[in-house]
Design a protein around this ligand. Structure first.
Ligand code: SF4
Ligand code: SF4
Length: 184
């Protein structure tokens, strides 16, 4: 699915323009990726400073990230190079094996909402043409799988996942955020 995105929509959600943001990382993500790639964290991650209000709003809208900013309004994120995540390959997509990828990347485009239900981080524009006209999938504005789906079950099937698998990944992220909040 994601390998088709640049060709069909013009770009994938791992490609970003100036001012757009990539996934939020926890210390656990950084350690896992650094160990697998043999890279120092500064080669692939960076800090984005938010205002206190932005940090509070971020946690309010994303229950899985409650406590993330306990040590301060600093968001860890992926570095970019030539308009894309440093791990993005134009032909292959993400070069990280799935089990090494940041948990936020593995969950995308699904999201646990404040009311406790799983839904999508992106709006459905109504079709592939509309999504292409909107500028493609950069920064997670739209998602090809969502545009091609008629219901949430179709999106789950497109990513070969299930509600149970999402719930398990969500619990993993919650635990990683708790650890992050302790500065560990
Ligand atoms: S780590 Fe992989 S999936 Fe996540 S933004 Fe980078 S290229 Fe995309
Ligand atoms: S926008 Fe959707 S289909 Fe495209 S690369 Fe991102 S997650 Fe995959």
């Amino acid at each position: 699915m994601c390998a088709r995105c640049p060709r069909v929509l013009g770009r994938s959600c791992c490609e970003v323009s100036e001012g757009e943001h990539l996934a939020t990382l926890t210390h656990a993500d950084v350690e896992r990726v650094a160990a697998h790639m043999g890279l120092s964290p500064s080669r692939f991650s960076e800090v984005e400073w938010l205002t206190l209000e932005e940090a509070l709003e971020y946690e309010r809208r994303r229950p899985l990230y409650r406590g993330y900013f306990r040590q301060g309004p600093a968001r860890l994120t992926l570095r970019r190079r030539s308009g894309a995540c440093v791990f993005h390959d134009a032909r292959e997509g993400c070069v990280l094996p799935e089990e090494v990828r940041p948990t936020a990347c593995r969950l995308y485009p699904f999201e646990l909402w404040p009311d406790g239900t799983w839904s999508l981080q992106v709006e459905r524009l109504g079709g592939v043409e509309e999504a292409r006209a909107e500028g493609g999938a950069g920064a997670g504005a739209v998602c090809l799988a969502v545009e091609e789906a008629e219901q949430l079950e179709d999106v789950l099937a497109a990513f070969g996942t299930s509600r149970e698998a999402l719930a398990a990944l969500g619990e993993r992220l919650r635990a990683e955020v708790r650890q992050h909040a302790r500065g560990a």
